[in-house]
Design a protein. Structure first.
Length: 175
């Protein structure tokens, strides 16, 4: 895992990048997944048998069970974390549409999702968003190859501005 170079909390940015690496290893077309973030030093103290495998990161992501509801908004509304959890990260696949394309989508969420998935100018991406109890926020968006035989690394965008509403929802799980 490389050291992140964007202007977000470096420990949170590293945890977000680690979760994206984990998701990338599993491939595309995956369900959303939630991770608890715990302080690595506290985890090592609480679970000495894990200490050797934890590495040098300040935060350790811990994968959680499947979300309690297929509707992300409802699922996040059902989640609260114990005080030992410093933050959380959500990884999900999304469809990004060009400017103006959303105006033509239905107001009904399920229909709009189907329309977006079929839009000829859609871009598929993996969004990884994380928050800490101290208010720190970080996002990473990896664009999926479009199938036109492009070579090289997949494009990545970084910054908390990418998903402010999702970050707000994640922060509420920590209150």
């Amino acid at each position: 895992m490389s050291t992140p170079d964007w202007s977000e909390d470096p420990d949170l940015a590293a945890a977000v990048a680690e979760v994206e690496d984990f998701a990338a290893a599993a491939g595309w077309d995956a369900a959303p997944q939630l991770f608890a973030l715990v302080r690595t030093d506290e985890l090592a103290s609480a679970e000495p048998s894990l200490a050797a495998g934890l590495g040098g990161s300040a935060l350790t992501p811990i994968a959680q069970d499947a979300l309690p509801d297929p509707d992300l908004e409802r699922a996040l509304g059902q989640i609260s974390w114990p005080p030992t959890v410093t933050g959380c990260v959500l990884v999900q696949e999304i469809v990004v549409l060009p400017p103006g394309a959303q105006d033509a989508l239905s107001d009904e969420p399920a229909t709009a999702a189907t329309q977006a998935a079929r839009h000829p100018q859609r871009t598929e991406a993996r969004l990884v968003a994380g928050v800490l109890r101290d208010g720190s926020r970080a996002c990473l968006l990896r664009i999926r190859e479009n199938g036109h035989g492009e070579q090289g690394p997949l494009p990545v965008l970084r910054g908390a501005h990418l998903a402010p509403n999702l970050l707000d929802s994640l922060a509420l799980t920590l209150e």
